[in-house]
Ligand binder design. Structure first.
Ligand code: NAP
Length: 317
């Protein structure tokens, strides 16, 4: 009897889905578990990105999503020790709330007040944040060292904080502009406390002040959620303020080419998509857990494929 292979199965085989499933099917009694704790977590691209890297490296790990309600976070973190989970990523809304449940956090995570990577070594849970280093590495891989670069950061939320600290530590001169001015003031004060007076300045979030600030800047970084799905037509800065000599980064990765990046390209500026930071922060996490050099390009392609195939994607990693 001839059995017809359904189109869906044939497409899966051709697209490599069977290879990915083979990795999951190779889970054994001694396979180490990694994962991501979030709420919601179902749109996370990290499982696709991390499992593809694990498979490429031939490691005996598997990475799974854990949906954790805010009121269950403490229990979930304790459970990581009980279940001997090797490490987890932490995503929205737990990045700050997880800190009291950990045995220690890195100096960087303490300063930023956010943890996105937890490592479990013999039942001791250590938190770190790879968002700032991930962003920095993505910029350096594209344009070289940032020492002396003058950067204007739009936003003063969790990612802005991680990125601003990483940039200042790497020798950047940073200005901050945010819809809610008080948050930019607080972040600038925190940076100045850590790195010295004058390490960061605040720019009023109005065209005139932004125009003047940008005329003395090399790099513009959007860390706000403006322009993210489902409002891709929005832009966090007046496009008339962009110019060809700027390096323009958007950490939003859905859509991949935000309106800000499209307008920047149109005026001849160099651009960097948030997908690069996404892959790098994941790669640094994987390296912390396994000690192996992570295949960043493969992770980026896996994230792109996951974003492309899931239709509606929200902003958590
Ligand atoms: P967050 O802590 O909630 O901060 C949000 C920021 O966006 C705040 O500065 C907020 O300003 C600003 N904002 C929100 N809506 C705005 C509006 N309509 N107009 C002007 N400003 C507005 O969020 P987050 O965790 O930093 O994430 C921000 C974005 O980064 C999200 O799109 C997320 O997907 C993306 N992200 C990307 C990566 C990556 O790896 N590429 C990693 C993390 C996050 P106010 O203070 O005035 O509210």
């Amino acid at each position: 009897m001839v059995v017809k292979v359904p189109d869906e199965v044939r497409n899966n085989i051709e697209s490599g889905e069977v290879k990915r499933q083979a990795h999951i099917l190779s889970v054994r009694g001694d396979t180490r578990v990694l994962g991501v704790l979030g709420c919601p977590v179902e749109h996370s691209v990290s499982p696709a990105m991390q499992n593809t890297a694990i498979q490429a490296l031939g490691l005996n790990y598997v990475y799974v999503p854990f949906h954790v309600l805010p009121e269950k976070l403490g229990g979930a973190v304790q459970g990581l020790c009980a279940l001997e989970v090797a490490g987890v990523n932490i995503t929205i809304p737990h990045k700050r709330a997880v800190i009291p449940f950990l045995d220690s956090v890195s100096e960087r995570a303490r300063l930023v007040g956010s943890v996105n990577t937890v490592t479990n070594v013999d039942g001791v849970l250590t938190g770190d944040t790879t968002d700032g280093p991930g962003f920095l590495q993505s910029v350096e891989a594209e344009w070289g060292a940032v020492d002396g670069t003058r950067a204007l950061i739009l936003g003063a939320g969790g990612s802005a904080k991680a990125i601003a600290f990483a940039l200042v530590e790497a020798g950047c001169l940073v200005s901050l502009s945010n819809r809610t001015r008080s948050k930019a003031d607080e972040l600038a004060e925190a940076i100045c406390r850590a790195f010295g007076e004058g390490s960061a300045a605040v720019v009023e979030n109005v065209d005139g002040a932004l125009r003047e600030a940008l005329s003395g800047c090399d790099m513009l970084i959007n860390t706000t959620s403006v322009g993210m799905h489902p409002k891709p037509d929005e832009i966090p800065v007046n496009p008339e303020l962009l110019r060809s000599s700027l390096m323009v980064c958007d950490i939003v990765y859905n859509p991949l080419k935000t309106r800000l990046l499209a307008e920047a390209e149109r005026c001849g500026a160099r651009t960097l998509s948030g997908i690069k930071m996404l892959a790098r922060q994941g790669a640094i996490s994987l390296e912390k857990w396994t000690g192996c050099k992570a295949p960043v390009d493969i992770m980026e392609r896996a994230a792109l494929a996951a974003l492309g195939s899931s239709g509606e994607v929200h902003g958590n990693s």
